[in-house]
Design a protein. Structure first.
Length: 177
């Protein structure tokens, strides 16, 4: 089933130069833009820099910024550790008829990108529901693009989403205690 879903998405690659470039953009460049947007949102949503005492205002919002930062870093580090434990090869190494649009060198499960960006999305969602949906959409787009690019199986993405979301959820529960 994992391979069947993988090929459903992967078959969208290598059909047009424009689509391939869009997939590469979503898989490689969009993540940096999402991080930039999250930083801008977290800093400017609270109008920290427009206050007379920006450092005081920043100190008041430290919990939210710390929580989001800690969630994404912890999810990313956990995904690296889990990759070394599971050692699942990338689809382009495992399946002979896959020509990837990217060539990451590490293991496949769980997707570090998916864990990182779902942790980011859930962490923001737990504080700001409306914008959280936007970041969840970004995480889904990044995850699906990595399947289409031939560098992850669907279970890699799903595993990353579950780990990332769970990390953020459990951390907010422990922060609130």
């Amino acid at each position: 089933m994992n391979n069947l879903i993988f090929f459903f998405f992967y078959d969208m690659a290598h059909r047009s130069l424009f689509l391939d470039k869009f997939i590469i953009f979503c898989a490689q460049t969009l993540p940096y833009l999402v991080i930039f947007l999250a930083i801008i949102f977290l800093l400017f949503h609270h109008e920290i820099f427009s206050k007379e005492k920006p450092f005081h205002a920043l100190a008041q919002k430290w919990k939210e910024i710390t929580f989001v930062s800690f969630s994404v870093v912890f999810a990313w580090l956990l995904s690296i550790a889990l990759k070394l434990f599971f050692k699942v090869p990338r689809p382009f190494l495992d399946l002979h008829n896959v020509s990837p649009l990217l060539r990451p060198a590490d293991f496949s499960f769980p997707s570090g990108h998916s864990a990182f960006f779902m942790a980011l999305a859930v962490a923001i969602f737990l504080y700001h529901k409306k914008i959280g949906y936007v970041f969840i959409t970004f995480a889904l787009l990044i995850g699906i693009s990595r399947i289409i690019a031939g560098v992850h199986y669907p279970l890699d993405i799903l595993g990353g989403f579950l780990f990332g979301g769970l990390v953020s959820y459990l951390l907010i529960k422990s922060f609130k205690k």
